[in-house]
Design a protein around this ligand. Structure first.
Ligand SMILES: Nc1ncnc2c1ncn2[C@@H]1O[C@H](COP(=O)(O)OP(=O)(O)OP(=O)(O)O)[C@@H](O)[C@H]1O
Length: 579
């Protein structure tokens, strides 16, 4: 979880950079504070012929001259100081941005590192749009606040302090009047900021809902069109756009009104101070030049005050963004079992034993109920059962995507709790019915980034009965398959997934309806080619087509989450009608 305390600790972790930037900020302020004083002093000392310290300073350095000479010298000094101020400002802002980008990149990495370990059940509840918006816009909001606050807050406070000192030295009564009124501006603005933040929250919620719905509609577009439901789904999106628009209007104009109102307060104060300045000149010894300098300082004060106000706005948005990011950190991780033993390394073939295995998704009723059975090593076991009986759930447990709610699973007699889920997933491969491919090349979809010799890839493709298809593609193995593998047929995608599994060379193979989209003839060829490969391993076949499970040595019958029968295929065929 990230708190502001933790984030600012990370800022301080960049100690060296942070100190350099603070020194630059201090120097920038030192260069900027005296600047507004220079030109107005010329009014008194040159125009009104009351020579003072500035003129004496110029004469000592550059000698005496005409009013034009003095004005040009002061102009040059003013521009130089302003140039130094801007230059130092750019440097320090670069440093502060580097610090804040480092921190936000770290937050992004930490969120991703957490998501990587989140349990599957939590992951299923997450919308990808939701996570994307949190990782992109919420972290940007934090970045905006961080970079503006750490870079501008100190400069603003120092500038205000410096200006206050100069004003007090010029005319303390007028200065007190200005300085006492200014906090009211800040207070009034922060009250406005609070009100606006509520609307911002609603706007963000509307953005999130719209984004989730948009992503889902676009992803399922083909199904939506096939079901003739474009109007319904796109109509829903239109409604969400309207909702978003209304909330955005409410937020943006009120936000704008808030900013303008606070500016109005400032401007009113500004005019009031100017009036007070003229009165002070009329009734005290304040010179016209110094009055003009005070007017100049009023402008100088405007930027830091506005910056402080904006930082408050940014802080409120960033608070909410941080809350949403922290919600991602509350997602439960999958259990981390220590990798104490590796039964897969010990022997060629692996048996699997389930002991009183129960499983339920979240708070729902159990899907698997007290399953105790053994899946023999080196055999092909078919899992048979009605739709919804729990076959896929069982295979997810065997591959270590979920862990049993109660009971345990043993591989060659070693509990999964001593093997670790990572080792299990390395050695147990699950091929799904509808594999979704990466929008990348066929090669990447086969290897997932791991290096394999070309002949191994070819062999896997041949075994999976997909080599000829790939050969015909315009760029062969380097052809990009489209989003989710859209440029390939369902059966081709299934065979690519099987080829990937062959390359992975697992000890246990689970084929969950993974040949359902392949014609029976190719399926037969596939199983013939896979025969030797599967015989050297432990295989679990899930299929509804009797022809697919013909090769199985043993059939396990699942009904309502329980194993109700174990038999051979011949027996199954004989009792088909009874079952
Ligand atoms: N991620 C999930 N969250 C909640 N419930 C789930 C989830 N996946 C499956 N279920 C429920 O678990 C039960 C078993 O589903 P499972 O997919 O394991 O059945 P199956 O035997 O493989 O079915 P099919 O033959 O149709 O693929 C079903 O009632 C299903 O609604």
């Amino acid at each position: 979880m990230y708190s502001w305390q933790r984030i600012f600790k990370s800022v301080l972790a960049h100690k060296k950079l942070f100190i350099i930037a603070q020194i630059l900020a201090l120097l920038a302020v030192l260069a900027s504070v005296p600047t507004p004083l220079l030109m107005p002093l010329l009014v008194d000392e040159v125009l009104l012929h009351k020579p003072g310290k500035l003129l004496a300073f110029i004469q000592e350095l550059f000698g005496s001259g005409s009013p034009l000479f003095y004005t040009l010298i002061v102009l040059a000094m003013t521009l130089l100081l302003r140039g130094i101020y801007i230059g130092l400002g750019i440097l320090q802002s670069k440093i502060f941005h580097t610090i804040s980008k480092n921190i936000t990149a770290q937050i992004r990495q930490d969120v991703l590192a957490h998501l990587q370990k989140v349990s599957m059940s939590e992951y299923e509840m997450l919308g990808s749009g939701k996570v994307a918006s949190r990782l992109v816009s919420d972290i940007n909001t934090i970045d905006l606040f961080l970079s503006s606050s750490i870079s501008k807050l100190l400069v603003s406070v120092l500038t205000l302090a410096g200006v206050s000192i100069v004003l007090l030295l010029i005319h303390w009564q007028l200065a007190l009047f200005i300085l006492i009124l200014n906090p009211f501006v800040v207070f009034f603005s922060s009250r406005l900021a609070k009100k606006v933040s509520k609307l911002k929250k609603e706007e963000n919620r509307a953005i999130e809902i719209f984004q989730n719905s948009l992503v889902e509609t676009l992803e399922l577009f083909e199904q939506i069109r096939a079901a003739n439901k474009e109007e319904y789904f796109f109509g829903r999106l239109m409604q969400l756009i309207k909702d978003l628009k209304n909330r955005s209007i409410a937020f943006s104009y009120k936000n704008d009104a808030g900013v303008r109102l606070s500016f109005l307060v400032f401007l009113s104060g500004f005019e009031l101070f100017r009036a007070a300045g003229i009165i002070t000149v009329a009734y005290s010894d304040l010179s016209i030049g110094l009055m003009m300098a005070i007017f100049g300082y009023l402008w100088v004060m405007m930027t830091p005050i506005q910056d402080i106000i904006n930082i408050q706005y940014a802080k409120r948005s960033a608070d909410m963004a941080l809350q949403r990011i922290n919600k991602l950190f509350t997602l439960q991780k999958e259990p981390e079992f220590p990798a104490l033993k590796n039964p897969f390394a010990m022997s060629e073939k692996v048996s699997i034993t389930l002991e009183h295995v129960w499983f339920n998704y979240g708070e729902k009723k159990p899907v698997l109920k007290d399953i105790t059975t053994t899946i023999a090593a080196g055999k092909i076991t078919a899992l048979v059962g009605a739709s919804g009986s729990g076959k896929t759930t069982l295979s997810r447990l065997l591959v270590g995507l979920y862990v049993p709610t109660k009971g345990d699973i043993f591989y060659n007699g070693v509990s999964m709790q001593e093997i670790g889920l990572k080792t299990i997933r390395q050695n147990v491969a699950l091929v799904l019915q509808t594999p979704i491919l990466f929008n990348d090349t066929v090669r990447f979809n086969l290897t997932l980034g791991k290096e394999y010799p070309e002949d191994k890839i070819k062999e896997a493709l041949q075994m999976a009965q997909i080599y000829k298809v790939i050969e015909m593609l315009p760029q062969g193995l380097d052809t990009v398959v489209g989003k989710g593998g859209a440029r390939l047929s369902g059966g081709e995608r299934q065979r690519i997934a099987i080829a990937r599994m062959i390359l992975q060379d697992p000890k246990v193979v689970i084929l969950d309806e993974s040949t359902s989209a392949i014609d029976m003839e190719t399926e037969k060829l596939l199983f013939c080619a896979l025969k030797d490969f599967l015989r050297k391993r432990t295989t679990i076949l899930i299929a509804h087509r009797p022809s697919t499970i013909e090769e199985a040595d043993i059939l396990l019958f699942l009904k309502d989450g329980q194993i109700v029968k174990k038999s051979r295929f011949e027996e199954y065929k004989r009792n088909f009608c009874i079952l």
